[in-house]
Ligand binder design. Structure first.
Ligand code: HEM
Length: 133
């Protein structure tokens, strides 16, 4: 039987990718990398990376169509502004994306979902650069 177009509820990317568990895993894997990174680790003001991991997970969940907890807790993301206190140059960008690549690889997503997520992360990381060099 043919299913008429538009008759099925659209699944969000968030749901397709596996929901909260996937995004929490992504943030955990990413911050495991950051914890051992000599350039990035000193940029994080808090000794405990747990709260930063939580903020990243909640932001990404919201971005991809999941719960809006990030904005309930933090307000409008305005990520470029929130990164203004930190020197995000090419080296920081490269390190950030390197840990993100390892984290995404660790998820084992379907190739199409992985491609979409990676494209976004590459674009977002580039847009966060605020210091030449
Ligand atoms: C390009 C290199 C990047 C560097 C070096 C960097 C570094 C940082 C640092 C040092 C913080 C402060 C730690 C904290 O208090 O949470 C932070 C926060 C954050 N970053 Fe990044 N970041 C980068 C790119 C990105 C990108 C591409 C995204 C999103 C896709 C992102 C999402 C966030 C979020 C959601 C927060 C917490 C914001 C808040 O609510 O205060 N970051 N980042």
């Amino acid at each position: 039987m043919e299913i008429p177009r538009g008759s099925l509820p659209q699944q969000t990317f968030y749901e397709q990718a596996g929901g909260e568990e996937t995004f929490r895993r992504l943030a955990r894997l990413f911050y495991q990398g950051v914890a051992g990174d000599p350039l990035l680790r000193p940029m994080y003001p808090e000794d405990d990376l747990g709260p930063a991991e939580e903020r990243l997970a909640l932001f990404l969940m919201q971005y991809w169509g999941g719960p809006r907890t990030y904005s309930e807790e933090r307000g409008h993301p305005r990520l470029r502004m929130r990164h203004a206190p930190f020197t995000v140059d090419q080296a920081a960008h490269d390190a950030w994306l390197r840990h993100m690549r390892a984290a995404v690889d660790g998820l084992g997503l379907e190739p199409e979902l992985e491609r979409q997520m990676w494209n976004y992360l590459v674009y977002a990381a580039r847009s966060m650069i605020n210091t030449p060099g």
